[in-house]
Design a protein around this ligand. Structure first.
Ligand SMILES: [Cu+2]
Length: 246
């Protein structure tokens, strides 16, 4: 009788363990991924309002995330656009900052990676080592890696993201939610976005083609904002920068 009781307790403990571990290992990751996709699609819907998207080409879905682009560039053209610093911009490499003093600000951001094995890598584009927090993918803007952008309040800002990464999808979202970001950064940011691009497909170095997307946003209030890549794991590993509106 005592043996049977002990056996029942052991079975109960094993069953509870199996249920708990499948909850954490199977159900929760599935649920987070599902929620992340759902927030992303709603963010895109929000940004699709007036002044949002400027026409796009649907590419289908990648891991559930809608992928689109609005412009196609040659890789060389994308690099020259990124290096073409506007007259109203002042670039300060020493403190990784760009001051953009205009009521109409254009920002051309390249999505690329830090690792030295691929073409178009950030260090090649900038001759600058990224900060230690940026370990995998980064934005390159006017010759700097993940720079802090200073923008006057009330400015209309046009972000153009071009993906020069041959392997990975990237997007850009503007949010007041600060780092550190979790793996599913959309779960942190939720609907708190001032503008967002869809996921852009990887560049083809064979054909020399890269995909881009532009959107407008008006930064009406002073404060500290962030531009981040919402592809799972990217913001977590440092694909973000600061946006100071004053
Ligand atoms: Cu990314």
């Amino acid at each position: 009788m005592k043996k049977a009781f002990a056996l029942a307790i052991i079975i109960a403990i094993v069953a509870a363990g199996a249920i708990a571990s499948s909850w954490y290992m199977v159900y929760l990751p599935f649920e987070y991924e599902h929620e992340s996709v759902s927030y992303y699609n709603r963010q895109l819907g929000l940004a699709g309002g007036p002044g949002g998207m400027m026409g796009y080409h649907m590419m289908g879905y990648y891991n559930g995330y809608l992928t689109e682009y609005s412009q196609e560039f040659s890789i060389n053209k994308a690099i020259s656009m990124m290096n073409d610093v506007p007259g109203y911009a002042r670039v300060f490499p020493g403190n990784d900052t760009i001051v953009l003093n205009s009521t109409n600000v254009n920002i051309v951001a390249i999505a690329t990676m830090v690792t030295p094995s691929e073409l178009g890598r950030a260090v090649n584009l900038t001759d600058m080592p990224p900060s230690s927090s940026a370990t995998e993918n980064v934005f390159v803007i006017y010759g700097l890696v993940n720079p802090t952008l200073a923008i006057p309040r009330g400015a209309t800002v046009t972000f153009t993201l071009i993906n020069l990464d041959p392997d990975d999808y990237h997007n850009i979202a503007i949010t007041p939610v600060p780092p550190p970001y979790p793996y599913y950064s959309m779960m942190d940011v939720m609907m708190n976005v001032l503008g967002v691009s869809p996921m852009l497909p990887p560049a083809s170095y064979q054909s020399g083609t890269a995909y881009g997307f532009s959107f407008n946003t008006v930064l009406a209030y002073p404060g500290t904002f962030y531009y981040i890549c919402e592809y799972p794991g990217h913001a977590e590993s440092g694909m973000y920068g600061e946006l100071i509106v004053s």
